[in-house]
Write a protein that binds this ligand. Structure first.
Ligand code: AHR
Length: 516
């Protein structure tokens, strides 16, 4: 029997809803075929945007969507994707093996429409490798200047009189790799220029809610390289501390749970590979602690500015995980680049990862899973006209209850499932008088019993469970509902503990009402 204790009076911060954000890129069939089918398609669409994806994503309400990449952002020129569709250039996409013509029919307006339809805020990643400062400034003007300029008029002529009010701006992507193979110092120098130019182009005096103050996001390290990631962040902030500081609001760490050097694939694995992959995602918690401490340390070394003008008040740079997810070895018959099936194994790592963010919500503010449709750790897979919700989608949906909620201390005790892997994982939060408790059983083949103690009166309301089926179960075009959450039985109460039986390989959310 496992013991899980919830201490409702030990708040651990508020779960930022932006921890449930998304990422889409011109890669494989994420956009082409996945999100965008075009107005003339037989697949039901809203002005070219795939309707089933829009509807299912709107139900999830992703807080932020990052676009156009990824690595593709540093090869993308925004002018390709505006104006009459028949006049847009055909370009060739080589991103991660995509090897396809892009007709650029999905561009700025289509992305903004997509965001509006699903209720998300856009995060625009600008091209600093093959683009230029003036290209970025013009894009910013095109999107955010309410009216009066040639570019704002062009936006209106292209169908959007209202400005897009983009707040989140990423300056480059993975500049340590595909985004230019920079050194941290070299990138930081480049960042200064882009950040200063964007801030000046979008500054409004007096402040104007029509033109939001840009939230600038710098490229953080490759979270999978323990030595390099420390060095990158130290070097970046050491360079940033020199002379005067441009605005910097977010720092974007990327972390993939790599699974490409073993024989298993996304769908073919044994219990060893199950535990190895579950174990692999847990490292992110340590990386978040490490990177948060390095950011604080770096900021603390910035000297007081001279003279009466303080460039900024209190300095705070939010840690963001702009890309995360499992990255399996490609199946030989994968229909498009980085297309991978998502099984219960991915559902568990998705749940474990989201709970790492939830638990550490005082340290990390935003996170985007990579990627939303047909690429890596997807929420949706499309097969021609059929769209399948992956088990990951169901985890995001079950976990929606934690957005904006107060995290409280949840401790789990009991024998470990494997070396480095606890027997049960838990996270809990409170919102509007409701306590929601996540319980994850990481066992490949064994159910387990949990004695849940809540340190105050609680009334059980409902429970949902995903799993308890084959660990490699997944949703396909033929069986789209093989993996769906189901209601779990009400637990019994022994006066002190709620006795809960968790099926093997499962994620559950138990909801209690906390009387006044
Ligand atoms: O998500 C796929 C790719 O992974 C992104 O384009 C890149 O940023 C990362 O390396």
């Amino acid at each position: 029997m496992f013991q899980v204790s919830i201490q409702t009076n030990t708040p651990g911060g508020v779960v930022n809803e932006k921890l449930h954000s998304q990422f889409i890129e011109f890669l494989g069939t994420c956009i082409s075929g996945g999100i965008w089918v075009g107005e003339d398609s037989d697949i039901p669409n809203i002005d070219g945007l795939r309707k089933d994806i829009v509807d299912a994503l709107a139900a999830l309400q992703p807080p932020v969507i990052r676009w156009p990449g990824g690595c593709y952002a540093d090869n993308y020129h925004w002018r390709w994707g505006v104006g009459p569709k028949e006049e847009r250039p055909a370009t060739f996409n080589t991103n991660f093996g995509t090897q396809a013509i892009e007709d650029n029919h999905f561009g700025t307006h289509e992305f903004m429409r997509f965001c509006r339809l699903v209720g998300a805020e856009p995060w625009i990643n600008v091209n600093i490798m093959s683009g230029s400062v003036s290209e970025m400034q013009e894009w910013a003007d095109y999107m955010n200047r309410p009216s009066g300029t040639t570019l704002s008029q062009e936006r209106a002529d292209n169908g959007d009189a209202e400005p897009f009010r983009v707040k989140y701006w990423g300056i480059g992507n993975e500049t340590w790799g595909g985004g230019g193979s920079y050194t941290a110092q070299g990138y930081e120098d480049e960042y200064r220029k882009y950040a200063t130019a964007l801030t000046s182009r979008l500054s409004a005096y007096p402040p104007n809610p029509e033109i939001p103050k840009p939230f600038l996001i710098a490229v953080g390290p490759d979270g999978n390289k323990p030595v390099e990631r420390v060095r990158w962040t130290r070097d970046f902030f050491e360079q940033y501390a020199k002379y005067r500081q441009p605005a910097l609001d977010g720092y974007d760490l990327h972390f993939y749970n790599w699974n490409i050097t073993h024989e298993d694939t996304a769908t073919q694995f044994d219990s060893e590979a199950w535990y190895r992959v579950l174990n692999g995602c847990l490292e992110l918690e340590e990386v978040i602690h490490e990177q948060h401490a390095l950011i604080k340390e770096g900021l603390s070394k910035i000297p007081e500015s001279e003279g009466p003008f303080k460039f900024r008040g209190e300095r705070d740079v939010q840690l963001i995980v702009g890309e995360w997810g499992n990255w399996h070895r490609m199946e030989p018959n994968a229909p498009s680049a980085l297309f991978q099936q998502c099984t219960m194994r991915d559902a568990l790592t998705t749940a474990l990862t989201l709970d790492i963010f939830h638990r550490n919500c005082a340290l990390v503010d935003m996170a985007c899973t990579a990627q939303t449709v047909n690429v890596l750790n997807s929420l949706f897979l499309t097969y021609d006209d059929v769209t399948v919700l992956t088990p990951n989608y169901h985890v995001f949906n079950l976990y929606k209850v934690h957005r904006g909620a107060q995290a409280v201390l949840a401790t789990a005790e009991g024998p470990s499932a494997r070396e480095g892997l606890d027997g049960v994982y838990s996270f809990a939060s409170i919102k509007d008088g409701q306590l929601n408790v996540n319980l994850i059983n990481p066992s490949y083949d064994a159910p387990c019993r949990v004695a849940l103690n809540i340190d105050r009166e609680a009334i059980f309301e409902s429970a949902q469970c995903l799993g308890g089926i084959a660990p490699d179960a997944c949703n396909t075009a033929e069986s789209p509902d093989a993996v769906v959450p189901r209601a779990a039985d009400a637990p019994s109460f022994d006066g002190e503990h709620w006795i809960i039986d968790l099926p093997k390989a499962s994620v559950s959310v138990y909801r209690f009402r906390l009387p006044e």
